[in-house]
Design a binder for this molecule. Structure first.
Ligand code: NSP
Length: 218
């Protein structure tokens, strides 16, 4: 069985919880409170900048030049989206440019940067993979359900992750991760699973923190 098939099976309980989240249900039917979406957008812009740096660090650690190029393209793609959020949603929603990360956002981005810098590269790949794969699956799921209510104010955001370009990046990231997993030892493959599962939980926490408008306790 491919590493990615095993990984996807192992995260099913958390993935189902993600589909069931109020944030995603309300985004789908368009009833999500604007403040929550605004909070999410601001945090996501911070997240994407740090995610771009993690992808860039991973790119520099790859051996195969095609993989260096792929991760370097993913990194620039993340930063292009971050810039577009500032130009688009930040202006239309009135989000200030200097976003301070929430506790969950900081936890998640530091988790990714830490793996990108210090873990074996295949584990670093497994840590960033949910950022691609879960968004693709959740994006497709929301897209399918929202068609009936095309007046949804969040339609533009929903369309972003249901597009073909993103699908190609996701498939490429999965197959590079599988390739590295094939030449990894059983214990390295297990470390990859643990990083993948932890990042999946952090994805859940990221949506949850936006729904709660999470603040620093002190
Ligand atoms: C938190 C989060 N995770 C993943 C993605 C998709 N790259 C995102 N925009 N934001």
């Amino acid at each position: 069985m491919k590493w990615s098939d095993e990984a996807w099976n192992r995260i099913q309980p958390v993935y189902q919880k993600i589909l069931d989240m109020d944030f995603n249900k309300q985004l789908t039917d368009g009833s999500l409170d604007k403040e929550k979406f605004k909070f999410y957008m601001a945090q996501d812009a911070y997240y994407l900048g740090e995610f771009g740096k993690a992808l860039s660090a991973i790119s520099s650690r790859m051996k195969d030049l095609d993989d260096v190029l792929a991760f370097s393209n993913f990194a620039s793609g993340a930063i292009v989206v971050e810039r577009a959020l500032h130009e688009g949603y930040f202006k239309s929603l009135g989000v200030p440019d200097d976003v301070k990360p929430s506790p969950t956002c900081l936890l998640y981005t530091n988790f990714l940067l830490n793996h990108a810098a210090y873990s074996n590269v295949e584990v670093a790949l497994a840590a960033v993979l949910p950022c691609f794969w879960i968004y693709k699956r959740v994006g497709d799921y929301i897209y399918e359900l929202q068609v009936a209510t095309s007046s949804n104010p969040y339609k533009e955001w929903i369309d972003t992750y249901a597009g073909e370009d993103f699908a190609n990046s996701v498939n490429q990231a999965i197959s590079i991760t599988d390739k590295l997993a094939e030449s990894s030892s059983p214990s390295q493959r297990e470390s990859m699973h643990q990083a993948f599962e932890m990042a999946t939980k952090l994805e859940w926490m990221f949506w949850d923190s936006a729904f709660k408008l999470e603040e620093w306790p002190v």
